[in-house]
Design a protein around this ligand. Sequence first.
Ligand code: NDP
Length: 471
Amino acid sequence: MIQINKIYINGEFVSPLGTETFDLINPTTNLKTGEVTLGNEEDTQMAIAAAKNAFKTFSKTTKEERIAYLQKMHEAVSKREEELVSVMVDEYGGTLQFCRMSVQNAISAFTTTITILKSYDFEKTAGHSKVRFESLGVVGIITPWNASNSFICNKLATAIAAGCTAVIKPSEMSARQTQLIAECFHEAGLPKGVFNIVNGLGNIVGTEITHHPDIAKISFTGSTVTGKAIAKGAVDTMKRITLELGGKSPNIILEDADLNKAIPMAVFGAFMNNGQACIAPTRLLVPQNKLEEVNELAKKAAEQVKVGNPAEEDTLVGPMVSAKQYDRVQSYIRLGQEEGATLLSGGEGKPAGLENGNFVKATVFTNVRNDMRIAREEIFGPVLSIIPYADEEEAIAIANDTTYGLAAYISSSDRERAENIAAQIDAGRVCINGFSHDPFAPFGGFKQSGIGREYGVFGLEAYLEPKAILA
Ligand code: NDP
């Protein structure tokens, strides 16, 4: 049995005062693999105090010193890349393909942040004034389970670049991944208290971070419901917040797109990260007059998707992270049928031979209307909804008819036309003809997909406070 019974405060692995434990369950087998001891309010307060103390000196470090720390972190994390991948596959159930990419994102967070920092000027002029961009203070970093270390590395790298110190509260379901990344960060030899990590529950550790007056900012990734609770709590002490929340992203296929390429890509894209991705293109908008052709291609693509052991090279969809998440996804598959959508592929229940883990069949619904709940709510599983549209105007209207606005996707053989549509979509990131990622471009949501932006200079400035000095 694995025992994770330390948290990280002020440069040391220490035993938490909290005594409650949480079972670590392997999602592929549903067998208990270990336990994590959870920190409590007092542990969180001690972590915040350590970060507050470290901020006094860390905020005064030079750009060169911060670059050197980021470089050391990059080296320490890179060294354990393979372990990071295998623990993520085992603990979270992410596929090997996905976990490799996710760990790469974690590693490159340090190098891209160094690049940004090198050319960033912390002093600018506005009018006849000098504007200093100063470190905000102690940052509370609260992350979910669906790409745990990648979120932690990106947020922490940005905090360090900005001269901030941090208290990190990861998901307790990612405790083994957290332990490994904490060991890497420890090896990097940062000054004591610059980063602190407290495993614990959202309504205990997360709530303490949200309300504590010594936290200046919260960077959160997770559900919109929790994001709203954090925003409400944070306002009492006027904390700065960056909230990266849920999505129900449209993927508009224009009639001039090559369907043979675009449809399989759309299906595989929707199932990326086992469908547990905030940016997943879960609403596939297709021309009504091509619906039959699309259905055929989508069904064929979904049937090719290998659902199974996430450690196998060719698996595209692994298990849901927990039995709770499995039940949630099942309830949406039931709902889709009750709402009158046509089940094209997959459906309720576990795939044959995979009864032990939290496996969901790769599911595609067609003839979905955008007012159905399966088209409006974030399912967070491998469930795709195909929604037909009459013309371009209607496609844009459907794409924007959502409370979310995190990402959108457009496939077309006419780049100018696609860009023209991109300009009309309410989403923080629009990808044309694919699912590319750019760590220098801003990332974040319109509407209820969040507040603020991460990545690039936009992300860095969210950890800085501008101060105008007028002569
Ligand atoms: P949550 O938003 O509840 O959890 C994300 C993080 O926030 C976790 O570390 C969690 O801790 C913490 N948290 C929970 N409640 C509070 C609180 N009151 N104050 C401060 N922190 C808190 O996501 P879930 O894991 O519960 O997933 C539920 C749904 O959210 C998913 O089905 C999916 O739809 C969506 N989701 C979206 C993600 C995204 O990337 N946009 C990521 C994850 C989930 P703890 O683990 O202890 O609850």
